[in-house]
Design a protein around this ligand. Structure first.
Ligand SMILES: Nc1ncnc2c1ncn2[C@@H]1O[C@H](COP(=O)(O)OP(=O)(O)OP(=O)(O)O)[C@@H](O)[C@H]1O
Length: 309
């Protein structure tokens, strides 16, 4: 077992005033809840305290405090440091509220970190945000934009906004609609799409400019099994061709089968990271996950009133 060194305490340039003044997140010596082991999972040793420009993604000390200085202050992500190599298919797993969406939002430039740095292929996400945005395709959690556009228009505009020429955009839009099984719904307004269809059209919009990095928050949520298998294959081909994929998911079995790397977060902290085999050892990823995060409750004993009489 190895542990990550202390992350670099840098602030990103231009951090919001007030956030700098926030009470620091609990130190690693703060007491942990009893049922949670202090990260005994596999943690890689990071080569440097600074983000590594050779990596597809390099995070150092990424931290988000919501409501700093208030009684409702919440450390959603706590000094997260992680390297994602080029060509990796990286799963990010954690319980509800573990900090996955917050971490991915900081990595993709949607949410400004309180502390820490994020780099994508050597580009500082917060220092060079325009270049960083161009380098990645992002599927944010639960967000849809431009709902009045049809699915085809949404993907087309996503391509045109990235500066692509019309013919290439038209060809790729056709290909993506087919891959997502949305060809027949291409003319329907996104506001009339089901949850799974929205997810797929947003995924298509994230991929149309063929970025080197895809950051996908819960890409399979509400997606039917046939479409999920198609998307999985498409993402695996993308990673095999040298692209990098980061997906968050709650489905351990899927992550174990689909991803080659995995990071486990809980309460904003990184508990384990590495190849799926390193992290899970000789047991399933699901068993490893439950062991790492703890917290199983005796539901039956707590809800005796639920028993049918
Ligand atoms: N805008 C916000 N203001 C205050 N607290 C927030 C905000 N967004 C998230 N949080 C809190 O930060 C923590 C992490 O939330 P986050 O959405 O990142 O978790 P998650 O791992 O993505 O969860 P899930 O799997 O349920 O989607 C949670 O405790 C959440 O309540």
């Amino acid at each position: 077992m190895s542990h990550a060194p202390d992350p670099h305490p840098d602030f990103p340039s231009g951090a919001r005033p007030g956030e700098r003044d926030a009470a620091p997140p609990p130190s690693s010596s703060a007491p942990e809840p009893e049922n949670r082991p202090r990260s005994h999972g596999h943690l890689p040793v990071l080569a440097s305290a600074e983000p590594d420009p050779q990596m597809a993604v390099s995070l150092r000390g990424l931290t988000k405090v919501f409501g700093p200085g208030t009684s409702r202050s919440k450390v959603a992500v706590n000094r997260l440091s992680l390297d994602v190599p080029h060509g990796a298919f990286y799963g990010l797993v954690g319980r509800n509220g573990a900090g996955k969406t917050t971490a991915l939002s900081m990595l993709t430039g949607l949410l400004r970190p309180t502390e820490g740095r994020a780099m994508v292929s050597g580009i500082d996400v917060w220092g060079q945000s325009r270049q960083a945005r161009h380098a990645m395709g992002v599927l944010p959690d639960g967000m849809t934009f431009f709902e009045r556009l049809s699915g085809r228009q949404l993907v087309t505009y996503a391509g045109l906004l990235r500066g692509m020429d019309r013919d290439t955009v038209a060809q790729r839009t056709d290909d993506l609609l087919r891959a997502m099984d949305l060809t027949n719904d291409g003319g329907t307004a996104v506001q009339d799409y089901s949850a799974g269809m929205r997810k797929k059209i947003m995924l298509a919009a994230a991929m149309v400019h063929a970025p080197g990095l895809l950051v996908l928050d819960e890409p399979f949520e509400a997606v039917d099994p046939v479409s999920a298998a198609n998307i999985r294959e498409l993402l695996q081909d993308f990673a095999r061709a040298g692209g990098t994929v980061i997906v968050s998911s709650h489905v351990m079995d899927l992550v174990q089968r689909m991803c080659d790397h995995v990071a486990v977060v809980d309460d904003g902290r990184l508990l384990a990271a590495g190849t799926v085999d390193q992290v899970r050892g000789s047991q399933s990823l699901e068993d490893t996950f439950v062991e790492l995060v703890g917290g199983r409750t005796q539901v039956g004993e707590g809800l005796t009133w639920l028993s049918p009489r």
